[in-house]
Each structure stands twice: as C-alpha cells, then as structure tokens.
Design a protein around this ligand. Structure first.
Ligand SMILES: [Fe+2]
Ligand SMILES: [Fe+2]
Length: 203
C-alpha cells in the first residue's frame, strides 16, 4: 500500500516511520484493515466536520497492539499501573485499553483524545467523543469488513454517526450473548446509553 498517505502532527516520528512500525507489528491482513479504518475514519470525519488528518491517524493506529502476545499484555498490566481486574479479560479487550501503553512507547503518540479513542474502540463507552465514535464505527464498517448487516451498518453510520454506534453496540451484544460470551460491563453500560430506542417502556 505505497499510496497510503498519513499526515501526522502528533508524533515526533515521521509518517513513514509510523507506517513502518505499524506494518512490522502485525500481519498483512491486519495492516490492510488498519488502512481501511484510517480511510473510513477520514470519510466519517469529513461528514461530521472533524479534523480528517487526526481521525485518519487514530484510525490507522487503533489496532497497533492487536498482535502483542498474551504474556506481554499481562506483564504490562501488572507493571504499568493498569487496573489488575483487567487480568480477568483477554486480548480482545486488552489491545485497546492496554494498547495505549504500546502506542505511547513505540509510536510516541501521547495526544489524550487519540489515546482515548484507541482505549474505547474495543468496548465502547457511555461517554464517547466525536473521535471515539469515528474510530469505533470506522473499525466496524471499513471496506474490508464482510458480515451480515454490514451494508445496513454503513448506511446508518454515514447518515448518522450516533445511530451507527447504537447499531454496532446492539449487534455486538447480540453476538456475545448468542455465543454465551462474557460481556465487558462498560459495553453493556454503553448499550444502555446508545442503543435504546425511544419506544422503550419508560418508568
Ligand atoms: Fe481492535
Ligand atoms: Fe480494528
């Protein structure tokens, strides 16, 4: 993907250094996904009057730590001031929340808004900034994604970012519960904020 361009004002490293580090930290399929998320984040930023270059950078690095080993994640949680309760979860949760440690260390990105978007992209949250929502949705609908409902997800998200968040959370919970998987409490709390329709019974 030599034509991929990243404008970067958030790291002391150059854009090409960031791209190289990212590429070396994951397999090719994951790297292509990150480019897809970056391009989609740029598009969503444009549609929502947000800084396109910042969204593209956050989207590009969101999965930087996706292929860090379990042992490295566990060691990082134990030694870098993370909540020890995280040890009860796995890489699907860690690569966002704990991934920020590796992004700061290796990619030299410390912008709090970018790091928060990375942290929240695996779980969603009750409070989500514009950048959080952009990265969260770009991750879900980038061109490489192929699942039943992805076209609907794209249509909804391009029309209304908040509704996209509600759609993704509902579908994620549905999937997790259908497979009898554990639900991260923050994801459930986020669902209650973003996914509930107005026709719900009100007490
Ligand atoms: Fe991810
Ligand atoms: Fe991702």
């Amino acid at each position: 993907m030599t034509d991929f361009v990243l404008k970067n004002t958030y790291s002391s490293l150059s854009s090409s250094e960031l791209i190289k580090l990212e590429e070396n930290n994951m397999d090719h399929k994951r790297f292509k996904h990150c480019i897809g998320v970056s391009l989609t984040a740029r598009k969503l930023a444009h549609l929502n009057n947000y800084d396109e270059d910042k969204a593209a950078l956050a989207g590009f690095i969101h999965d930087y730590a996706k292929q860090v080993s379990v042992a490295d994640f566990r060691k990082t949680i134990q030694t870098q001031g993370f909540d020890q309760e995280l040890l009860n979860w796995g890489p699907a949760i860690w690569h966002g929340i704990v991934g920020t440690y590796f992004i700061k260390r290796d990619l030299k990105i410390t912008d709090p808004e970018i790091l928060t978007a990375v942290r929240r992209h695996t779980t969603g949250d009750t409070e989500m900034t514009m950048l959080d929502k952009i990265v969260y949705m770009a991750d879900y609908i980038e061109p490489g994604r192929d699942f039943v409902g992805v076209d609907t997800a794209r249509k909804i998200t391009f029309a209304n970012l908040d509704e996209g968040v509600g759609f993704q959370l509902a579908h994620t919970l549905n999937f997790l519960i259908g497979n009898r998987n554990k639900v991260y409490p923050r994801t459930l709390a986020a669902y209650n904020v973003w996914s509930i329709k107005d026709n719900e019974e009100k007490n």
